[in-house]
Design a protein around this ligand. Structure first.
Ligand code: FES
Length: 137
């Protein structure tokens, strides 16, 4: 392989990797939408109009150590702190599960442990909604 061919192969491999994952905000090649929440009456409030067509969203607030994962369920929503219960690393969402990059723990989308070393489920929050907003407490 001459230098030009090697450079071509290396460049196209990088571009192929980027295109399969997209070039937007990513967590493990899954596009992730971040929303901001506002604290009102002891609840974190999210404007539903920000949601769009996302499968799930992450909400950041300066009072939280890690973002909150929010996903619709059959009877409402699930809200989980993305902090691993093993040693507090940040857990990363994808369309099937929530994975910890530190030691390999994995959780389902309602926070149950699928794979250790974590032994406890993710911390969950009370969550409810009305026509315009989602409330997390
Ligand atoms: S901190 Fe998540 S598996 Fe260890």
């Amino acid at each position: 392989m001459n230098w030009n061919r090697r450079k071509f192969v290396k460049t196209t491999s990088v571009l192929a990797g980027a295109s399969s994952c997209g070039l937007i905000s990513l967590v493990g090649c899954t596009p992730v939408k971040y929303l901001s929440g506002e604290v009102k009456n002891n609840a974190l409030v999210i404007d539903k109009s920000q949601w769009g067509d996302a499968e799930f969203v992450l909400v950041k607030n300066k009072k939280l150590p890690k973002p909150i994962f929010i996903k619709p369920t059959n009877d409402g929503y699930t809200a989980l702190l993305l902090e691993c219960t093993h040693k507090k690393c940040g857990v990363r969402p994808n369309s099937r599960s929530l994975k910890c990059p530190c030691h390999g723990s994995e959780f389902d989308h309602v926070g149950n442990v699928l794979k250790g070393p974590a032994e406890r489920n993710l911390r969950s929050f009370k969550i409810w909604d009305d026509d315009n907003s989602i409330y997390i407490q």
